[in-house]
Design a protein around this ligand. Sequence first.
Ligand SMILES: Cc1ncc(C[n+]2csc(CCOP(=O)(O)OP(=O)(O)O)c2C)c(N)n1
Length: 1011
Amino acid sequence: MSHFRSLAGVLKLQNLQCFRKPAVAGRSFFPNRRCCSSGATQPLVNGCSSNYVEEMYYAWLENNKNVHESWDVFFRNVSAGASSGDALQKTASSLFHSQGLAQAPAQAEKVVEDHLAVHSLIRAYQIRGHHVAQLDPLGILNADLDSFVPADLITTIDKLGFYGLLESDLDKMFQLPSTTFIGGLDTALPLREIIRRLETSYCGHIGVEFMFINNMEQCQWIRQKFETPDIMKFTSEEKRTLLARLIRSTRFEDFLARKWSSEKRFGLEGCEVLIPALKTIIDKSSEAGIDSVIMGMPHRGRLNVLANVVRKDLNQIFCQFDPKLEAADEGSGDVKYHLGLYHERVNRVTDKNITLSLMANPSHLEAVDPVVQGKAKAEQFYRGDIDGKKVMSILMHGDAAFAGQGVVYETFHLSELPSYTTNGTIHVVVNNQIGFTTDPRMARSSPYPTDVARVVNAPIFHVNADDPEAVMYVCKVAAEWRSTFNKDVVIDLVSYRRFGHNEMDEPMFTQPLMYKQIRRQVHVLKKYSDKLIAEDTVTLQEFEEEISKYDRICEEAYTSSKDAKILHISHWLDSPWPDFFTADGEPKSMSCPLTGLEEDVLQHIGNIASSVPMQDFTIHAGLSRILRGRSEMTRKRRVDWALAEYMAFGSLLKDGIHVRLSGQDVERGTFSHRHHVLHDQEVDKRTCVPMNHLWQNQAPYTVCNSSLSEYGVLGFELGFAMASPNALVCWEAQFGDFHNTAQCIIDQFISSGQAKWMRHNGIVLMLPHGMEGMGPEHSSARPERFLQMSNDDSDAYPEITEDFEVHQLYDCNWIVVNCSTPANYFHVLRRQILLPFRKPLIIFTPKSLLRHPEARSSFDDMITGTRFRRMIPEEGIAAQSPDNVKRVIFCTGKVYYELAKERKQQDLESEVAIVRLEQISPFPFDLVKAEVEKYAKAELVWCQEEHKNMGYYEYIKPRFLTVLSQDRPIWYVGRDPAAAPATGNKNTHLTELKRYLDTVFNLQAFEGKKF
Ligand SMILES: Cc1ncc(C[n+]2csc(CCOP(=O)(O)OP(=O)(O)O)c2C)c(N)n1
């Protein structure tokens, strides 16, 4: 076989030596047998590409009657040892002699060469046709940023020479390869027609980029969709629907512009086709069975999408423009072009129910992408929609943001991962060829803004947005692509922005020539309506009536919007949880639950956690040791950190709560303590998740190692947590400090999401934290950052009512804890779900404590009747005689163990009390007050291992002073202020540790000092 492959190579090289780019001349082995049947009738001279030779060879091997006589002679000659060139000569001459043809062998070779050239030409259009497609409606820019015309496209007749073809060849017939569909039912076409059809398919208003896809079936599918003659046909009905949608899109923007000429709305003018485009995608997807679409989009055209795609009541949209209306709901709200929405309706085209949700998002472009994906994944998961046949996501992008924002890349890389895939997303780029004031040439290095999608082999359909039918066709194909292959696809709507970045901006400052052209540009609605009127699809009167009808709808909604007295943010919820809250959106109860468990449940989970609940499963010897340790602990009614977590997760699963833990290497655990996925040492890829073997009817447990991303993955998990309140969704950072690459998700969604969008979210962030001499990174999860964003008032001592604890949790924007015991970690995880509302939970999790012999808890602290302790007071000798206590050290987390050890060594257990703050925020004012009053004569110290300008001190200090009515000082002991979170020098680390331990137990340290 290799003989024939090299033969094909020889043929190629001999015949196509004039080609500059070897890729053009066919590049891959393609054992497609479909054309074998025609091989019997096709003579050798009609086709000689490498693929074709191989096809013929396979067919000949099976039976020499399968191929044309010429091939038979040829293969027999080669098999007899002739060189390929000789074989060809011999074949030609024997054939011509036997058939009495007068053609000379040299002519036969020319025919072969020409066929190869035509095959290459076809391929060139498939690969590079988009470079010359007429994509820019303005006709002034090149969508690929380059005016270069590929040498191998026949844009002028003289370029035939590139292939060694002549003008006289234009009317010769050429056999078409199986990798093209331009022939329709014809297997051969004249060269002139071949070029014409290729131009129609690849160089018109659609530019298709797909030949980088490493999948033959997918490439064939796309070729068929764009090459088949006359495939882009629309019925009159479809055209009328398209026109009606374009009218709505256009007139909606016009209406807003008329009524609120000086308001920012980030209008869609120049890309009005987005609305019919989305509607087509939704229609086609609904036809294929989709009944829930989750969308994310930036500012541009958002109000239009809300009005005309999601179908939000127009009067509610118009209310948002009234600056005098006050908000009825709690929270600070958001600007109108960020609000989300959830809406169930009937799709008029398919007559099927469909739910559309547009996710609320911040200004931070593309930040919502992974959030949408997470929510879509969760909906698919909870509905058992494994292949995404019911739920899908659509993401819209601006061209500058799509190219510039790294989270786009991170999101694409989730698209094919089993625990993160949404089974194909349709991306729509509103490519108005400008980013605010920045020209695309300054905004990206890639030819197209969409090149990022190539990493996942997503096809990219560039389309001139001033050709609505081309856009609709592309949308239809994209929807079919998704339902056929369940893979991402990109639609690049090459358009323009009629006005400035927002309605107040003057674009002529920076893009004068472009905007001169834009002013001359005939509106797409005008162009399309003229076309339909000219071809008698609609009459002018019908067109005008449709416009008046929609204008009337807008006017009526505008009038009724004037009656609104108040704004309801709750009307803009993108993820309502109707069964979780009351009809008014309130929690059904207001109690802080007990979170302990029956002893037998603890025992059962402990037993499963120490076992391998699968037959014939060989685990690693080191893991056997760990499991034995768990078994031993369970027997002794004790837990370490990993087992406490097991018990929290396992018990929630028992109650039907889905638990999902995602992050880098979480399955084993960065610190090799978790081991939630066991790997058979004998059978490759055989795994066992004991957590899923706990109870018969338990909820599923998902534990998944993520891609190496924080921004993308945390956003995804946040989205996942939005779908249902009955799930514990946890994201664990590899080390806590890495969370800052996801800072945007933390700031824009987690910290402030409820205030802006009234949306509850119970996501848990597990952030390994602790100064352990590991250097500036890997040490601090930056508690100060989270605490600085906590919304509890530092200066107001709250009213302490009976249900203060739960109210405080309800009012806060997130909960920040640093547990010092496994039992408390267990309780806080369970409390997260047992609370009657949802709040993000930030946990600073330990590293060395995972194995610290003292960091163990007894079942006694976890059984029924026990609960999360916001503060753990001194429980030793000091607590028995508080008046003898000279100093109370308040601290949080791991440093407690260092303090307790040092206190013991210095024999200060009756003079120094140590109090642990487990819930740092919201601050347990009530408990701290009780503790400082108990030790009324003692000096109060806050001790932390972090640097003074980091950690917790800046947060706790004003709150302590509020508790103390500013009457007593709270001294600081810890590391000095610093720029980096920790030293890189082990020795310095230990010196610093010794220094603050010395200070904290030096009872004279603050004598004579001023606070
Ligand atoms: C992450 C981020 N950086 C900067 C901005 C400020 N900004 C708002 S719109 C915009 C231009 C966006 O251009 P493009 O993505 O092409 O969308 P268009 O506005 O042209 O529709 C910029 C830079 C932002 N919103 N988000």
